[in-house]
Ligand binder design. Structure first.
Ligand SMILES: Cc1ncc(COP(=O)(O)O)c(C=O)c1O
Length: 485
C-alpha cells in the first residue's frame, strides 16, 4: 500500500486533520487519481498505526467536501470531478445529451453529493420508534383551520410581501413573551427572527459566522442536521464528548484546542443522549466563550417536555456576554411541516441576520405567522403543550415499563425528557444486524452510531415514542425482545 504518510501525534493539528490535509493534497496533485480506490478505514488505520476513527473522520471530511465518494459495498473512491479543480473539470460521465450533468458544482454543491450524509431514515415499518415526530393526530387541526381562514378571508396583507424579513412583529412579541416566561430567555421582540425551522436558523448562523476551514465544536454524539450544515460550509469539526452531565466542556477549556468560532450545544436535552448540561458546565462554557470570543448556538428543540422535574432555564438566560444565539422551533410542539422556528440573536447581530434571511427567502410564509400569533396569544399553544406533555409522559412510562421486562441487558438512558429515549443493548450483534432483524419483524429502530463523529460504542439505539400509542409501544418492545434474544 503506497500510503506512507508522516503523521505527528505531538503536533497541535489533530491527526485526522493531518491525514485529511495529506490525502487532499495527493488528490489535488494527481498522485491519487480520479476513480482510484482508497484503502478501507480499517486497513489504513492498521497501516498507519492510528485509530480507525481518525481515518474515518478524515474520510468523512473529504466525502463531505466532494473529494471522495462511496459506493455501497464497493468502497471509497476519489471523485471524478474535484471541488478545487472545477475550472479544469472534465466530467467523465457527462454526455452532450444531458447538459445539466456537466454543470460544475460549487464547493458547497460538491459537498452535498455524498449520499451517505443525507441518508433518510426508513419510516415504512409497521411499528416505528422513529424519533422526533409529534402525535400529529392530537393536533387541534379544526382550531388551526379556523385561525388560518380567519386571516385568509379578511386580511389581504397575508398574501403580500412584507417589508420586515425578520417576521411578523406581533408574532415576535408573542414568542418573546412566551420564551421569557417558559424558558427564562432574556430578549426583546427586536432580537427575534422568524425562520423556516431550526434548520434554517443553523444555515443562517453558519453562513454569517463561518468561513471554510473555521472550527466549530459540536457535541459527540450530536444532531446530524447541525453537523451536515457545518460540514457543507467547509467547517472543521471539533468533537466534544458527552457524559451524563451533558457536553464535557473541559475539552474546550483545557489542553491544546484549535481556534473555535462556534459551539453547537443542546443543553436542555442533549441529542441523542438526553443528558442535561449541568449548571457548573453551563457557567464554564459561558465564561470560556466570553474569554475566547466564540459564539454558542443553543438548540432548544424540545425542552418543553420534561417529566417529573422542574423545567430548566435556557443557557441564554445566564449569558452576560452576548455569546449565545438561541434557536427554537415549533416542529416538536406543533408540527414539523409548519416550518416555523425562531432565532434570538444579540442586538448587534439583528441587522445582518435580517439581511441574510431576506437573501435566503425574503420572509417566512405570512398566513401561518398570523395564525400562530393568535394560537399563542389565545392560550392554545401552552394548553396544547400541557396536553402533549401528559400524553408523552404516559407513552414514555409505558415504554420504560415494557423495556424493563428485557432485563439487565437493556439499559435505558435519558428517559426524563423529550420525545425519545436511548437504550444501550448488551449484545454480540452488530447495530446493523439489529436494525435489519427488527425490520424483518416490521419494527423500525434507529442505531445511534450515525450520530457519532468519533468512535461509537455500538449497541445504542434511539427510540422515539411520541407518535406511538401504548399498544404499539408494548408490541414494539415485544418484537425488540425477539431481536435481541
Ligand atoms: C436536535 C434537534 N434540533 C432541531 C430539530 C428540529 O428541526 P426543525 O426545526 O428544522 O424541524 C431536531 C429535529 O428532530 C433536532 O433533533
Amino acid at each position: 500500500m503506497d500510503f506512507a504518510i508522516n503523521l505527528d501525534p505531538q503536533a497541535a493539528l489533530p491527526l485526522y486533520r493531518q491525514l485529511y490535509d495529506e490525502l487532499r493534497s495527493r488528490i489535488l496533485s494527481g498522485k491519487l487519481t480520479p476513480g482510484q480506490k482508497l484503502p478501507s478505514t480499517r486497513s489504513l488505520s492498521k497501516f498507519l498505526s492510528i485509530s480507525r476513527s481518525t481515518v474515518t473522520q478524515s474520510y468523512e471530511q473529504l466525502l463531505s467536501e466532494g473529494y471522495l465518494h462511496t459506493t455501497l459495498g464497493s468502497g471509497t473512491f476519489v471523485c471524478q470531478q474535484l471541488p478545487d479543480d472545477l475550472n479544469n473539470a472534465i466530467p467523465i460521465q457527462s454526455t452532450p445529451h444531458k447538459p445539466n450533468s456537466s454543470i460544475p458544482l460549487s464547493t458547497y454543491g460538491a459537498s452535498l453529493t455524498d449520499s451517505a450524509m443525507f441518508r433518510l431514515p426508513d419510516v415504512t415499518a409497521e411499528i416505528n420508534f422513529s424519533y422526533g415526530r409529534p402525535a400529529l393526530d392530537k393536533f387541534p387541526s379544526y382550531l388551526w383551520r379556523k385561525l388560518l381562514s380567519r386571516h385568509c378571508r379578511f386580511n389581504p396583507d397575508v398574501l403580500n410581501y412584507t417589508t420586515d424579513s425578520m417576521g411578523y412583529q406581533p408574532l415576535r412579541e408573542a414568542i418573546a413573551s412566551y420564551i421569557s416566561r417558559s424558558r427564562a430567555v432574556q430578549c426583546s421582540p427586536d432580537q427575534i427572527i422568524i425562520v423556516g425551522g431550526s434548520q434554517q436558523a443553523l444555515d443562517l448562523i453558519t453562513r454569517l459566522v463561518i468561513d471554510r476551514g473555521d472550527w466549530i465544536a459540536i457535541e459527540d454524539p450530536g444532531y446530524l442536521g447541525a453537523r451536515r450544515a457545518f460540514l457543507a460550509a467547509g467547517a472543521c469539526l471539533f468533537p466534544v464528548p458527552v457524559d451524563s452531565s451533558g457536553a464535557m466542556v473541559s475539552h474546550l477549556t483545557t489542553g491544546i484546542i484549535p481556534n473555535i468560532k462556534l459551539v453547537y450545544v443542546t443543553p436542555s436535552h442533549q441529542f441523542p443522549t438526553g443528558a442535561l448540561l449541568s449548571l457548573k458546565r453551563r457557567l464554564e462554557l459561558l465564561a470560556w466563550a466570553q474569554k475566547s470570543g466564540a459564539m454558542i448556538i443553543e438548540d432548544d428543540y424540545d425542552s418543553e417536555y420534561r417529566y417529573g422535574e422542574r423545567p430548566i432555564p435556557a443557557l441564554q438566560g445566564l449569558d452576560q456576554g452576548n455569546s449565545v444565539i438561541y434557536v427554537g422551533t415549533f416542529s416538536k410542539v406543533l408540527f414539523p411541516a409548519l416550518r416555523l422556528g425562531y432565532l434570538v440573536v444579540p442586538h448587534n447581530l439583528t441587522q445582518v441576520f435580517s439581511r441574510a434571511k431576506w437573501l435566503c427567502d425574503r420572509q417566512s410564509a405570512l398566513l401561518e405567522q398570523y395564525a400562530l400569533t393568535d394560537f399563542i396569544n389565545e392560550g392554545h399553544l401552552e394548553r396544547h403543550i400541557r396536553r402533549m406533555r401528559s400524553l408523552y409522559d404516559q407513552r414514555r412510562r409505558s415504554l420504560v415499563q415494557s423495556l424493563s421486562h428485557l432485563g439487565e441487558r437493556v439499559k435505558i438512558i435519558g428517559e426524563n425528557a423529550g420525545m425519545h429515549l436511548m437504550i444501550k443493548i448488551d449484545t454480540a450483534l452488530s447495530d446493523e444486524e439489529i436494525v435489519q432483524r427488527a425490520a424483518l419483524l416490521g419494527l423500525g429502530v434507529g442505531a445511534a452510531n450515525l450520530y457519532y463523529l468519533k468512535n461509537s460504542p455500538g449497541g445504542e439505539f434511539v427510540l422515539g415514542y411520541s407518535e406511538l400509542n401504548e399498544q404499539q409501544i408494548q408490541e414494539g418492545v415485544q418484537r425488540l425482545a425477539k431481536v435481541v434474544n
